[in-house]
Design a protein around this ligand. Sequence first.
Ligand code: NAD
Length: 450
Amino acid sequence: MKITVIGTGYVGLVAGACLADVGNDVVCLDVDARKIERLRAGEVPIHEPGLEPLVARNAAAGRLSFTTDVAEAVRFGALQLIAVGTPPDEDGSADLEHVVAAAQGVGRHMDGYRVVVNKSTVPVGTADRVRRAIAAELAARGAALPFAVVANPEFLKEGAAVEDFMRPDRVIIGTDDEEAARVMRALYAPFQRNHERLILMDVRSAELTKYAANAMLATRISFMNELANLAERVGADIELVRRGIGADPRIGYHFLYPGVGYGGSCFPKDVKALARTARDVGVPLDVLAAVERANDAQKRVVSRKIVKRFGQDLAGRRFALWGLAFKPGTDDMREAPSRVLVEDLLARGAAVCAYDPAAMPEARRIFGDRIAYAAAPLAALDGADALAIVTEWKEFRGPDFAELRARLRTPVVFDGRNLYEPADLARAGIEYYPVGRLQARAEAPTGAGR
Ligand code: NAD
């Protein structure tokens, strides 16, 4: 198939490369000329496992190319995948400016039947808006060309995007057009290994499904974060509670990890946008307001613990920070909890030395020389009053605690991801502040009658 991908970001580039890899001819379009230049030069602008070789292989085979030329791109693909950004507007609703611009480009330059596929996360009713935008452009140039608009929200996760696209749990297709449904089935046939993963539905249900999925996951995270704070107060261990409830198959273990709050380019904006849609139509989703409030508060959980331990005034203090990306496997720092922590520490006069395996260039772009950067995790510790962990990268999971203790000025660790067993840290002589865990478990088994 000939496919055009409009918007070559996390979703567009991954989708484009994966679709090329199963034999399609793909043109990726973007308005960002610098990004297209880099891609043409063989540089992949985002950190995503497995993406670089995939792009290189398919570009070399001539199945994947990059352009800023809208007319050329729209004429190329029978399928036009819209994967542009949908950032939050000031009122929390999704800003559809880029989606509408992409649709107008299609209407302006299409020269035959097109299936226009919305992969961007968009509110209910957006397919109608896309349809109207294309129709208006066609009318303006007096062209009567057929087209269909399909809602096909993307569920890939940053950090595992290629894997997710190649082996999706499910593919949601929203359309009431039979020919478009046939084309979509053919598009996804190579990605359905042993059983049908396509779920066909009407357009509006498909649009709502994407928001519902992200809002549900965000709700689980906020619930566990609030529960962790409660556990800490009442002397329970959230890790044991997590296992206790996760064992219930109706609940399951996924997304039950307490921490420093959710971030990234999707959950925060999608929760806001769904709440906004619900308010607009007079059916407010009260639960989402609480989810957001809890998340905003949780992003400060580590700074609160730091202040409790070191006092309000942190002038002259230095903190090592492990992890900047909003989650492991990506260099994405959009809405990352690390940003809130860094700003809190700097505002209180502290110095910060950070390390992240992937997000250092992004952090330099955001913080410049307001913080220091270490070349390795242990190097960040030298002369620091404490270590704060914000992202659960694998390489932070098993440090040499003796060395960690030796390097820190005071042996204190604030762990926003509950990476370690409190008993191990206690044994190593390190003061340990995880989220919602019992502090003194090291002593517990030895004391008779406890
Ligand atoms: P991104 O910001 O990484 O990429 C968007 C790209 O679109 C940018 O390169 C931008 O220059 C380009 N663009 C903007 N307007 C354009 C236009 N008119 N024509 C061509 N290109 C244009 O965004 P992303 O993270 O890939 O997200 C894209 C959409 O997919 C969003 O709606 C997002 O919510 C959704 N989504 C993202 C993820 C994720 O993990 N990032 C997962 C699922 C769904």
